[in-house]
Design a protein around this ligand. Structure first.
Ligand code: NAD
Length: 463
């Protein structure tokens, strides 16, 4: 069979790709640099190549990222738990499959058109260039992979400053993304980072002239830092989601949904139920089902005090408690709990520190409200104006509407566990960057684009 020019080109591409991939075999990961300036320069070069790829080629990279995420879901889950000590492997595996299946790709990049007597006008979504991304230790590889799918689908490349406590897992995820690009005939370094991310490397990124947009996923400190950087910022900040339960709810199911949502990945997701506000008439019944059917362990006043002193130090959250299982937390205060225990519960006032603080641990304080209006007021107070997530169990649509308006969050899940918001047992797409503070809500590829108007005057209208 004669060898055509195109076939030769394909063979060369394949050989080059294999040579590049072999770097991994020698122990070095793709996209990792000693210096942040070099990481940004490499991502800039890569973006020039991504910019001229067809949408089909971009989608091929995305499809490779999805496949690699599925193939490596367990490895990534284990790495994340081992490195950070947070969360649990089973749920982290599910999170990786979810993001691989449900994070939007190039189909999210759409065009708006007007045509009429004066011609044709399009508004297209173009890339920003190199995006700076700051990622948390609570969902390290999940956020890196999810950000990469959206940002690359939109035609950008990305430089990460990941949480230092999750750097190995984050780098492993970025390496998969670069392999996915190379295997699709795209460039290396579509996702870059530094060997040792620090506040200093983050500051270089935030000030760098080649970074026009920064996406920060983390607590209030990082979001404030990014929004003060003088660049455009997407701020996906902290939450403290209350689950409100009224007297019309299916109380038994509400108990199950709330505990399932709260204990998922040991309460690490920012959207997870962090406390309950229940109207007085059903509060005891709800607590009964949580304890008798949902593996909840009721702690006494004295145990609450010991837990508070263990979990909250004068310097803030005790990091050794974040994302730990209920049994581990109980063992830290000298309680040997049965193996079926998955959540710690108690009743308290809304000001109780284990209720008002965002803990990211399977601890659910229940606040009693005298009626629905009182419950809404308490839940709004507990959400602290984060405008992030809230949940409700009710069959009264007037109540649900009133609550939704009052709490004004990016996410409101009704009659389901919180993870339904991410498309897990609910409709809609997945993301691990929920831009609560800056209002984009659940981010996707289109969030990472600039709107560009393209006008053809007096022509191309063929109606
Ligand atoms: P964190 O705020 O400690 O760290 C997040 C990232 O920000 C890390 O990479 C960290 O190194 C960096 N960082 C922190 N302070 C900084 C500063 N002043 N300047 C520059 N970088 C800084 O948060 P975490 O413990 O890794 O994650 C948990 C927090 O993130 C929770 O508050 C949770 O609600 C929030 N979170 C929000 C979302 C969302 O989509 N809205 C998703 C996941 C986590």
């Amino acid at each position: 069979m004669p060898v055509s020019e195109a076939m030769v080109q394909d063979i060369v591409k394949e050989v080059v790709a294999r040579m590049q991939l072999s770097r991994t075999a020698q122990g070095a990961y793709h996209g990792v640099f000693a210096d942040m300036n070099d990481a940004i320069a490499a991502a800039k070069e890569a973006q020039k190549k991504v910019r001229v790829m067809t949408m089909d080629q971009r989608e091929q990279i995305i499809s490779n990222i999805r496949r690699k995420t599925h193939e490596n879901a367990e490895v990534l889950a284990r790495m994340g738990v081992e490195e950070t000590g947070m969360g649990n492997v089973g749920d982290k595996i599910l999170k990786h499959h979810l993001l691989a299946d449900k994070t939007p790709g190039t189909e999210d990049i759409t065009t708006t058109a007007w045509s009429g007597d004066r011609g044709l006008t399009l508004v297209e979504m173009g890339p920003f260039g190199v995006i700076g991304a700051i990622t948390p230790c609570t969902n390290p590889s999940e956020t890196v992979l999810c950000n990469c799918i959206g940002m690359i689908a939109a035609g950008n490349t990305v430089v990460f400053n990941p949480h230092p406590q999750a750097v190995k897992t984050s780098i492993f995820a970025m390496n998969l993304v670069n392999e996915a690009s190379i295997e699709a005939g795209g460039p290396d370094n579509v996702a870059c980072t530094v060997e040792k991310p620090t506040l200093a490397s983050s500051s270089v990124m935030m000030k760098h002239r080649d970074i026009p947009l920064i996406a920060a996923t983390g607590g209030p400190g990082v979001v404030t830092a990014v929004l003060s950087s003088g660049k455009r910022g997407i701020g996906a900040g902290a939450g403290n989601p209350p689950a409100l339960v009224d007297e019309t709810a299916d109380i038994r199911k509400a108990a199950q949904d709330i505990v399932n949502g709260c204990t998922f990945d040991n309460n690490l997701p920012c959207i997870a139920e962090k406390e309950i506000v229940a109207v007085d008439s059903i509060a005891d019944e709800l607590m009964h089902y949580m304890i008798s059917e949902q593996g909840c362990y009721l702690i006494s006043k004295e145990e609450q005090e010991r837990l508070t002193n263990t979990v909250l130090t004068p310097k803030g959250l005790n990091r050794k408690c974040v994302g730990r299982s209920a049994r581990t937390l109980l063992s830290m205060i000298g309680i040997e709990a049965p193996s079926n225990i998955r959540c710690i519960v108690f009743e308290g006032e809304k000001e109780h520190p284990l209720i008002s603080e965002e803990l990211m641990m399977p601890i659910l304080g229940l606040v009693r409200a005298k009626d629905f209006d009182d419950a809404v007021e308490k839940a709004v107070w507990l959400e602290h104006g984060n405008r992030h997530s809230a949940h409700v169990h009710s069959k009264n649509i007037d109540n649900i509407t009133k609550y939704a308006r009052a709490i004004d969050t990016a996410i409101l899940v009704k009659n389901a566990p919180s993870y339904a918001a991410l498309g897990f047992g609910g409709e809609g797409y997945c993301t691990f960057t929920i831009a609560s503070r800056t209002g984009e809500g659940l981010t996707s590829a289109s969030t990472f684009t600039k709107r560009r108007r393209c006008v053809m005057s007096d022509s191309l209208c063929i109606r």
